[in-house]
Every structure is written in C-alpha cells, then in structure tokens.
Design a protein around this ligand. Structure first.
Ligand code: ZN
Length: 217
C-alpha cells in the first residue's frame, strides 16, 4: 500500500497473515524495514508485487529491533543485500537477546549484519533519515525519522493508543518512557508503528502522545 511517494506500508492485518507492519522505501537504494516472520514474508512480497515493486530488488534491510516477529525473515534474502540493526541491539542479541528466539522457537539470524546503526543521520539513496536510539521495548530499539516528510517509523516503541511491551527480556519501562518523551518533541505527520494502525495528521499524533504518556507513565 503506497502511503506517500516512495513509501509503501504492508500493515499488520491478522496473526495468520503477518506479524508486523513492514515498510518499503523505494529509490536508488530500495530498503525494507522490518521484513517480519519468515513464514509471513509472502504478505510483504505479494503486497509489493501488487504495488508494482519487486522484493528481489531490495538492497538494504533494517530491523527496528531484534525481535523475531520483525526480523526473522532477514536471512532469507540474498547475501548481497545489506543488513542493519542498532548497535546496542546487536550487542544485546549476542547475549540475552537470544532468549526470545529460543522462547519462540525461531532461528536467530545467522547472516552477518553489514553495518550497525547508532544515533545520527543515515542516507538511504538520496533520502536522509535520522536514527533515534529509543530503548525500552528492547535495549537497542531504534526509530527512524524522515524530517522532510515528517514521517516516523516507531517500531515497537510507540503504537496508536499504546506502547511496546516491557515484560520481554531486556525491556525497561523507565527507558521506554524517556524514549517516548524524546519522540514527542518531533514534528510528525505520519506515524508508522511496528504493529497496529498507521496514524496520520500532526494533531492526532500529538493527541496520541498525550494519551499514551498519561495512560502508561
Ligand atoms: Zn518487539
């Protein structure tokens, strides 16, 4: 589903079809954010095909965090595809982060990450995205903010009317509260969370921050 120019979203619809909202950024370096579970990758590839996009052209995959429902499918891509995840998440996945994969019976990604992301700017083709460290749901969760389009990819840090769980291994409620307060300072027109509804319009998004901060923290 095309959201705006060069941005395509394959939203969560059901447990049987997929597990997370996957996002495709078109351009000279076609990028896929959070491909999801391996057995649900067809949801993404079929969705992309319906939009006239070919998943085989993807050159970069970014995981907002290292949970299996967001990145299990990462190993199914060709070795030439670049893979990236937050530096802190990578460190965590090398230790305690394995636990969640074992708990859910999923395979840890085996193919090496091409580079690790830290807070700062990331160029994807001609697009400049801001990488924001947003720990809490997991130790190295990150969000991506595209200032030019006022678009935030929030992973499992922030949802519509909700926040990410902190009861999974490595979760931290205080860190999550700080991360969400940090995000609330951004000017956002499009909020694309890792699960649930996509939120449009800065007033609705501001209201969402208020509800979430009042309700959960
Ligand atoms: Zn998660």
């Amino acid at each position: 589903m095309k959201l705006i120019d060069d941005i395509y979203v394959y939203p969560w619809t059901s447990y049987e079809a997929n597990n997370c909202n996957a996002l495709f950024i078109d351009g000279p370096t076609p990028a896929l954010i959070d491909p999801g579970h391996l057995n649900f990758l067809g949801h993404v590839s079929n969705g992309m095909a319906g939009d006239g996009r070919d998943i085989r052209n993807v050159k970069l995959i970014i995981g907002t965090h290292g949970h299996p429902d967001h990145i299990e499918a990462i190993d199914s891509f060709d070795d030439s595809v670049m893979r990236a995840i937050g530096k802190a998440e990578f460190d965590y996945m090398s230790g305690g982060g394995r636990e969640l994969f074992m708990m859910t019976g999923c395979e840890m990604p085996r193919k090496p990450f091409s580079f690790l992301l830290k807070e700062g700017m990331l160029n994807i083709g001609e697009k400049r995205l801001q990488v924001l460290d947003t720990p809490g749901h997991s130790p190295g969760s990150l969000c991506l903010y595209w200032e030019e389009k006022k678009l935030l990819i929030s992973g499992d840090t922030l949802f519509y009317m909700g926040v990410g769980r902190t009861d999974l291994p490595g979760g931290n409620m205080q860190a999550l509260a700080q991360s969400i307060k940090k995000l609330s300072a951004l000017d956002i027109e499009y909020l694309i969370p890792g699960h649930g509804d996509i939120v449009k319009g800065s007033d609705t998004i501001k209201k969402n921050f208020k509800v979430v901060i009042d309700e959960f923290f």
